[in-house]
Unconditional design. Structure first.
Length: 330
């Protein structure tokens, strides 16, 4: 197994990878991608609860871990001696708005616990996801630049912005190789998101394939940055495997792929399923969406470590529908 930063294989002893928050939308897919890349038994999946479908994380170790429990984390790090930690556990935007103090505690204390443990145990690399939620209503909405006015107005966004600054601080003060991406809304067929503002963009495909109509919680013309899961996995692994000197941004990189509205998503699906209908009933999540960028300028990621997405809306729709239909028949 070869790990990032050009380390030779012999230096990786025992060299596992720990994924915290492994049962979430991204975690399930990232564990599978890492297990394809490395030896599966070296990729340790951890979450506060076991997976709903154990098959999804079969093929490698699973450990129960509440990321707020530092002594349990220390124990797992001593047991598996990870070279890399992917720390994904968080409350997303809509859920954190409903439970602000716990959202702050999980998102902020969880990150600080992981960063402290990484320094204490000499873990080589940490990955931590940020989000387009770091931007707010004062931010330029179109082609939002890497460096601009932020002023997020959600608990989730405030925690992500503070977290970015902590990542940069641990890099500067402790030399910790911590890397991060500002994900747009992520769309995949293998698992459902939970508690986000961009979740409609996944739900809509499930309803379409089930032969049902969809009631969307955002207005039809709400444009948001989005990304198909294979691109998100590619970006994450490419970032983590880029030579350290290429990583110039130690807060978090803007990352873009496509931008679309619920109406454009519906139209893309209707090209395959003409009878599919969508109605619109915006709820509290509309306000969150309205405070976020419509599209992202990710020139810095492209320039520093060669980021390039593969999927646009129609290509993603064709792939999503194909896989969801296959899963329905299985
Ligand atoms: C959410 O909607 O909260 C997330 C995000 C954009 O970070 N998907």
């Amino acid at each position: 197994m070869a790990l990032p930063s050009g380390e030779p294989e012999t230096s990786v002893l025992p060299g596992s990878v720990l994924v915290i928050g492994a049962c979430g939308q991204l975690g399930l897919e990232l564990v599978a991608a890492l297990r394809q890349r490395y030896e599966p038994h070296l990729v340790v999946a951890a979450d506060v609860r076991p997976p709903k479908n154990p098959d999804l994380l079969a093929g490698g170790p699973f450990e129960l871990l509440d990321v707020l429990d530092r002594s349990r984390l220390d124990k797992l790090i001593r047991q598996y001696r990870p070279k890399q930690i992917y720390h994904l556990a968080a409350l997303l935007s809509a859920t954190a708005e409903k439970n602000p103090l716990f959202g702050w505690q999980l998102n902020m204390d969880g990150l600080l616990i992981v960063l402290e443990a990484a320094v204490a145990h000499g873990v080589a690399q940490v990955y931590w996801p940020s989000s387009i939620a770091v931007f707010g209503p004062d931010t330029p909405r179109d082609h939002t630049p890497q460096v601009t006015i932020m002023n997020p107005n959600t608990v989730y966004g405030i925690s992500k912005l503070a977290g970015e600054q902590w990542c940069e601080w641990y890099h500067r003060k402790h030399g910790l190789d911590v890397r991060s991406l500002r994900y747009p809304g992520l769309i995949g067929y293998k698992s459902l998101p939970g508690g986000g503002t961009t979740d409609y963009a996944v739900d809509i495909y499930h309803k379409a394939v089930a032969g049902e109509n969809y009631e969307c919680f955002l207005s039809e013309d709400t444009h948001l940055p989005m990304m198909y899961m294979p691109d998100a996995l590619k970006a994450t692994l490419d970032l983590m495997h880029a030579p350290a000197e290429q990583i110039k941004v130690r807060t978090s990189y803007n990352l873009g792929a496509m931008s679309f509205s619920p109406a454009e998503s519906a139209a893309s699906i209707q090209r395959h399923l003409p009878d599919f209908q969508v109605t619109y009933k915006p709820d509290g999540r509309q306000q969150i969406a309205d405070s976020w960028p419509a599209s992202i300028d990710d020139a810095k990621a492209r320039q520093d470590w060669g980021w390039q997405p593969d999927f646009d809306l129609d290509k993603m729709t064709a792939d999503m529908l194909l896989h969801l239909k296959e899963m329905q028949l299985a």
